[in-house]
Design a protein around this ligand. Structure first.
Ligand SMILES: Nc1nc2c(ncn2[C@@H]2O[C@H](COP(=O)(O)OP(=O)(O)OP(=O)(O)O)[C@@H](O)[C@H]2O)c(=O)[nH]1
Ligand SMILES: [Mg+2]
Length: 301
């Protein structure tokens, strides 16, 4: 059988819905999603194989004005995903104003041969659908797109059209990933991201962006009743002692909540009972320390 593949990079400003799109296209939650900007920190690859055709989607960190070394690494990750691909999906929140980040991205695309699909997301939030046409006109002045597709990832609206467009960009090529795989993310990364997502969702603004999670140990055992159980021990790192107190919460209440939500999702994803142990440690200002960024696997190399 002749095989085809198509490599697509999903890029755009923070909070546009890129990771939500990746999860929707792959049909499994492999990327964490929160309502806070700069959630995704590294490239996340999602894979879908339909017969002869394999789709490879790369979700990237939201492009932003970097204030930390981690932020610089995140923006570099986006740039690194722009070479050697078959198409770019540039995602914009249809309710947000076009800004300098969008303009800079459009200027880059204008000088490249890679086809760009503009995805205007969150149309479910627009009471006046006439605004979509205005947005399309504004963007079209900045760049020549292969197509512009208004979508709502949340309501699964327009994603079939997107898939058709992406399919038209496929080229004859081998399948680079096993046909039953949905991601190349190592298990430990998926686990730590699920835990980090819960901290981000439950905590107030100043803390979430200073959080990193590592999996310290992982083993399987059998419970007294003969059930397989996965024992996971993870460390949540934060930047200050005061943050550590908040992550733990009164009498450990916050950590308990994080643990309960994360365990539920881990059990669902890995289809096994999970025993999750969480620890909290401080690494001051780690987002500006190259060695620690590398330790946490966030240097995007
Ligand atoms: N109303 C609405 N909200 C959406 C839609 N798609 C995504 N969202 C929400 O937008 C927020 C951001 O979604 P993400 O998928 O994390 O966005 P992202 O672009 O990956 O963000 P970064 O990783 O921070 O760059 C979340 O609260 C999503 O639930 C949509 O179609 N409609
Ligand atoms: Mg994301």
């Amino acid at each position: 059988m002749d095989t085809k593949s198509v490599f697509i990079t999903i890029a755009g400003r923070a909070n546009a819905g890129k990771s939500s799109l990746l999860n929707a296209l792959v049909g499994e939650k492999i990327a964490m999603v929160t309502d806070k900007p700069q959630t995704t920190r590294t490239k996340i690859t999602g894979v879908v194989t339909r017969g002869e055709l394999q789709y490879v989607f790369m979700d990237t960190p939201g492009i932003h004005k970097a204030k930390t070394k981690l932020g610089e690494h995140m923006n570099k990750a986006v740039k690194d995903c722009m070479a050697g691909i078959d198409g770019i999906v540039y995602m914009a929140d249809v309710t947000a104003k076009i800004n300098d980040i969008d303009r800079a991205a459009m200027a880059e695309f204008a000088g490249s041969k890679t086809p760009v699909i503009l995805l205007l997301n969150k149309i479910d939030l627009l009471p006046d659908k006439g605004k979509i046409a205005e947005k399309i006109a504004e963007f079209s002045e900045l760049c020549k797109f292969k197509t512009v597709i208004p979508v709502s990832v949340r309501e699964n609206d327009g994603l079939d059209i997107l898939m058709e467009e992406i399919t038209s960009l496929a080229v004859e090529a081998p399948h680079y990933f096993p046909e039953d795989s949905v991601t190349d993310q190592p298990e430990k990364v998926i686990m730590s991201e699920m835990i980090r997502e819960k901290v981000m969702l439950l905590m107030r603004d100043e803390i979430p962006h200073g959080i990193a999670v590592t999996i310290e140990s992982l083993d399987e055992s059998v419970t007294k009743s003969g059930e397989d159980i996965l024992n996971i021990s993870a460390v949540i790192y934060c930047e200050r002692d005061s943050h550590k107190g908040m992550v733990i919460g009164k009498g450990g209440s916050m950590l308990k909540k994080v643990g309960a939500l994360a365990r539920e999702e881990l059990e669902e994803f890995f289809r096994i009972r999970v025993n999750l142990q969480l620890w909290v440690k401080v690494k001051e200002d780690w987002r500006n320390r190259e060695g620690l960024i590398r330790n946490f696997g966030l240097n995007n190399d």
